[in-house]
Design a binder for this molecule. Structure first.
Ligand SMILES: Nc1ncnc2c1ncn2[C@@H]1O[C@H](COP(=O)(O)OP(=O)(O)OP(=O)(O)O)[C@@H](O)[C@H]1O
Ligand SMILES: [Mg+2]
Length: 486
C-alpha cells in the first residue's frame, strides 16, 4: 500500500502531454478522465493514422495506444512513432493479455505494455516512470550536444575560437562534394580534418583512400594513383587497380600535394576537370566520382610563383581552403589537448598521470610548438612512459621546452623531503631523463646519444630495452641517419 501511495504521488510531480489512441469509446473516455484528473493534458483519437499525424505536428511525452486499431496495426504505429524526431515514449495496451503480443510490442520499440483491464494505480505508476525515462533521455541528448559543440567534432578537440571556425567550415563542407584544400603546418591535424570531412559526408560508407604524394617514389606514384595494365613496365606482372578506383563512391586524400611532380600535376588536373584517367600502359579511359581532399604544409602560392606548382591546378584544388592555425596561435587549446593525451596515454601505456602543475602548464603554454599537436602528443607520451604517475611538473618537461621559458633547472631534489625519498626510483627517474635528453639532443641517433652520455652504444640499447623505451625510440627515428644507426 505504501508503495502504491508513493507511486501515485510521484506521477503528479510533472504534468505530461499524452496522446491516447483507443477505438472503444467508453474505454477511451474513462482513461482520458482519469489521466486528466491527475493533471495531464490528453489528446485522444481512435485511429492510428490520425495518431501519427498528430504526433508529427505536436510533441507528446507519452503515447498510450491499443494494439488492436481499426486502421493500422498497433505494432506498426509503435515503429513509426519511434522514427519521429521527437519520439514519444510509447506504452501499449493489450486486450489479449498474451505474452507474445507484449514481447512484439517491446521489440517494436514500446517502452512498456499494460494488460487490460488495469487499475488506476498501475496506470499512474506507468506514466510516472515513462516521464522519468523521458527526462533522462532528454538530459543525455543535451549533454551530447554540448560536448559536441564545445569541445569536439568527432576526434577533433578544441576550445579555441579560431578552431571552432575551422570546425564550422569543416561541417559545412562535409555535406558537399567540393574539392577541399587543407593548409597548415606539420602536425596541426590536417589528416584528422580530412578524416572528419569524409566521415561526416554522405560518402562515409565509401572508402577514404590516403595517398602520401611526398612519400611514394615518383616512378611509382602514377601507378599508385591510376593503376596500371599488365606489362606496362618491368615488374608489372599483372594489372592493378589504382587508388582513384579504390576511392570510387568515397574520398581520395592527397597528402603533401606540394610534392607532386609536374607530369603528375597535369594528370591530376585532368582528373579534376574531366573526371577521367587512364591506367599506366592502358588505353581505356576510366571515369571517377571520387571526392578529392588535398593537404600540404608548404606554401602553395609560393610554389606557384616559383613555377613549381601549376597555377591552374592550384585553383582547381583551392575550391574550399581550410586553413588550420598552428598551435601557438591557439594557446587555449593546449590544456584541453594535454588532458586528452593524458587520458589517451594513461589508457594506452597503463600510466596514471593525474594532471599538470600550474607552473608546468605556464611553461607548456609559452612554448612555440614548432611540431604543433603531434609534438604535444609525443611529449605527453614520453612523460607517461617515464614518470608513469603523479602530476606533470616543470622538471618533467624536455630540456628544449624548459629552455625556451628560461627554466633549465636540473631535476635533482634540492634536499631530501621530510617524508623521505624512494632512492632507487629517484635515481632511475634521473637516469631516464638524462637518456631522453641525450636522445633528443642527438635527433634520436643512438650512437651519438651514447657518446654524449659516455657509455657504450650497446649499454644504451640495453637500458632502452629495460625501460621499454626501444619502441618509442624506433617511432621517433625518422631521419635517414637514424636508419643507418639502427
Ligand atoms: N584538434 C585535435 N584534437 C585531437 N588530436 C589532434 C588534433 N589535432 C591533431 N591531433 C593529433 O595530432 C597528431 C597529428 O595530426 P595529423 O597527422 O592530422 O597532422 P598533419 O597536419 O596531417 O601533420 P603533417 O603535416 O605532419 O602530416 C595526430 O595524432 C592527431 O590525432
Ligand atoms: Mg599529415
Amino acid at each position: 500500500m505504501g508503495t502504491d501511495e508513493s507511486m501515485k504521488s510521484s506521477s503528479t510531480d510533472r504534468m505530461a502531454h499524452i496522446l491516447l489512441v483507443e477505438d472503444e469509446a467508453d474505454v477511451r473516455d474513462s482513461l482520458k478522465a482519469q489521466l486528466e484528473g491527475e493533471g495531464h493534458e490528453v489528446v485522444d483519437t481512435e485511429l492510428g493514422m490520425d495518431a501519427l499525424a498528430l504526433a508529427e505536428t505536436s510533441k507528446f511525452d507519452i503515447v498510450l495506444t491499443d494494439v488492436m486499431l481499426p486502421d493500422i496495426n498497433g505494432l506498426e504505429l509503435v515503429q513509426r512513432l519511434n522514427r519521429l524526431p521527437h519520439k514519444p515514449i510509447v506504452v501499449v495496451m493489450t486486450g489479449y493479455g498474451s505474452v507474445e503480443m507484449a514481447v512484439k510490442a517491446i521489440k517494436a520499440g514500446a517502452f512498456e505494455f499494460l494488460q487490460k483491464p488495469f487499475s488506476v494505480d498501475v496506470l499512474s505508476a506507468m506514466v510516472a516512470s515513462a516521464l522519468r525515462v523521458k527526462a533522462l533521455h532528454e538530459e543525455n541528448q543535451e549533454l551530447r550536444k554540448t560536448v559536441k559543440g564545445q569541445f569536439s567534432m568527432g576526434r577533433l578537440i578544441s576550445s579555441s575560437q579560431v578552431m571552432n571556425e575551422v570546425f564550422r567550415l569543416v561541417e559545412c563542407v562535409a555535406e558537399t562534394d567540393s574539392t577541399v584544400l587543407i593548409l597548415g603546418e606539420s602536425g596541426t591535424g590536417k589528416e584528422l580534418i580530412a578524416q572528419t570531412i569524409h566521415f561526416n559526408s554522405l560518402r562515409r560508407k565509401g572508402n577514404l583512400i590516403p595517398v602520401n604524394c611526398g612519400a611514394i617514389p615518383e616512378a611509382l606514384l602514377e601507378s599508385e594513383l591510376f593503376g596500371h595494365e599488365k606489362g606496362a613496365f618491368t615488374g608489372a606482372i599483372a594489372s592493378r587497380v589504382g587508388r582513384f578506383e579504390l576511392a570510387a563512391g568515397g574520398t581520395i586524400f592527397l597528402d603533401e600535394i606540394g610534392d607532386l611532380s609536374p607530369p603528375l600535376q597535369v594528370k591530376l588536373l585532368r582528373v579534376l576537370q574531366e573526371r577521367t584517367f587512364e591506367r599506366v600502359g592502358g588505353t581505356r579511359t576510366y571515369k571517377t566520382d571520387a571526392r578529392v581532399i588535398a593537404a600540404t604544409n608548404q606554401d602553395l602560392e609560393n610554389l606557384v610563383t616559383a613555377k613549381q606548382f601549376r597555377e591552374d591546378l592550384y585553383y582547381r584544388l583551392n575550391v574550399v581552403p581550410v586553413i588550420v592555425p598552428p598551435l601557438r596561435q591557439r594557446v587555449e587549446d593546449i590544456p584541453l589537448l594535454i588532458q586528452h593525451f593524458i587520458d589517451q596515454f594513461n589508457d594506452r601505456r597503463g600510466a596514471e598521470l593525474a594532471g599538470v602543475t600550474p607552473e608546468a602548464m605556464n611553461v607548456l603554454c609559452e612554448y612555440s610548438w614548432p611540431g604543433n599537436v603531434r609534438e604535444l602528443g609525443n611529449i605527453v607520451e614520453r612523460i607517461a612512459i617515464l614518470k608513469r604517475r603523479g602530476v606533470i611538473e616543470v622538471a618533467d618537461l624536455p630540456e628544449k621546452i624548459r629552455q625556451q621559458s628560461g627554466q633549465t633547472l636540473p631535476n635533482i631534489p634540492a634536499a631530501i623531503p621530510v617524508a623521505g625519498l624512494d632512492l632507487s626510483r629517484a635515481v632511475e627517474e634521473f637516469e631516464n631523463r638524462l637518456i631522453l635528453e641525450a636522445l633528443e639532443r642527438t635527433n634520436w641517433v643512438k650512437s651519438k646519444a651514447a657518446r654524449l652520455l659516455q657509455i657504450n652504444r650497446t649499454t644504451l640499447i640495453e637500458k632502452l630495452k629495460k625501460k621499454s623505451l626501444a619502441e618509442v625510440v624506433a617511432q621517433r627515428a625518422g631521419s635517414p641517419e637514424e636508419a643507418v644507426d639502427a
